[in-house]
Design a protein. Structure first.
Lengths: 214, 214
């Protein structure tokens, strides 16, 4: 079976899930922590080499304070949780804004936790415009030179993007690393994560003809 | 009904269609012309304001010569065909390479044909790395400043991307304009285009909750 080397995860639908449970919208985010760990362990098990979670964006922080505080806290908790595992962990995002949580500053250079192993990236206060904003034209506009001038240059090309919550869009997720990615959409909300979603995505991916634009 | 202002079209599956008909792979492209005109007229009818076709990429030209010649000719024919309609037409791509057809150089500044009307963009010898290669950091990394420094700056943000041929990926299609786009996939190959595909895509789009990252 053709296993993707790098999986991108868009864990969407936390607020819609909360509402479906009769909770306040902002209460949904903390229910995404357990799914995040489960997914990490499944990726580890099948031999995925790199995993990138879409935490929150600079745009997201324009939402109501109570929501911004809730997803920020969920991201802090998620990163600390992953730091208990065997992983090579990196947080990527705009640290120059007050919206970036101080608690995550120590994670903005890649560090090995436990036995190391899978590269795990977590986008926190990320913006596609912020990421692309430092690009400089190289002599040949080569793909490699371009990728190396991204703010997110330590994140590799993504093979498979799995998005929970039914929406079929990227929502600004790593535009340069996503140019050749295959998209798999799970209709269920992220807090309703099941291992079957992941296996169905892998099964679907293994049947794709990967051409990388050739 | 919520009509997308700007539709991006990835007309994929020409080679697979040709093979399914017992033709040589390169014979498929010319069968994509009629669908291209039909789609244009449908967009015109429902009031779409801008339409962008993915012609061919710099990567595509690394294919066998007989194929490169065939899709280049199909793009030349398609642009000339659209120039017979009421449209404001623009070809965007890397004109500094010998792979860019001389016949299309006159279309690389936007021109009004017939009564004008819908903006129609056609990507020819396009590369996502070429497009992003001229970005410069603005003071604030604002989205607007960023978009204005793209090579494809005359192409607006895309609301809906429709891809024929079953694959669920962008394949380098306008990464900056696609960050918030909704993706609709048609399983059938592009030469098998039917008006129903377009209407199904519009129907699906009208049910989406558009947030633009907010």
């Amino acid at each position: 079976m053709q296993i993707p080397e790098h999986i991108g995860v868009i864990p969407d639908g936390n607020r819609r899930w909360a509402q479906s449970q009769g909770l306040n919208k902002e209460d949904g985010y903390s229910y995404g922590l357990k799914p995040g760990l489960e997914l990490f362990k499944l990726c580890q098990k099948v031999g995925v080499k790199e995993l990138t979670y879409y935490g929150f964006t600079m745009d997201n922080t324009k939402r109501r304070n109570v929501q911004t505080e809730a997803f920020t806290q969920a991201c802090i908790d998620a990163v600390k949780m992953l730091a208990q595992e065997d992983a090579s962990l990196l947080v990527v995002g705009n640290t120059e804004s007050p919206k970036f949580p101080d608690e995550l500053l120590p994670y903005t250079t890649r560090k090995t936790f436990g036995q190391g192993g899978m590269k795990v990236n977590f986008l926190v206060n990320y913006g596609w415009h912020w990421d692309l904003g430092s690009l400089r034209q190289s002599e040949k506009s080569s793909k490699k030179a371009l990728i190396n001038s991204l703010k997110s240059k330590d994140i590799s090309r993504i093979d498979l993007i799995i998005r929970w919550g039914k929406r079929r869009r990227l929502s600004g997720f790593l535009p340069a690393q996503s140019v050749y990615s295959d998209f798999y959409i799970v209709d269920e909300y992220w807090p309703s994560f099941k291992a079957e979603h992941f296996y169905a995505a892998l099964d679907w991916y293994s049947k794709q003809d990967i051409t990388l634009g050739g």
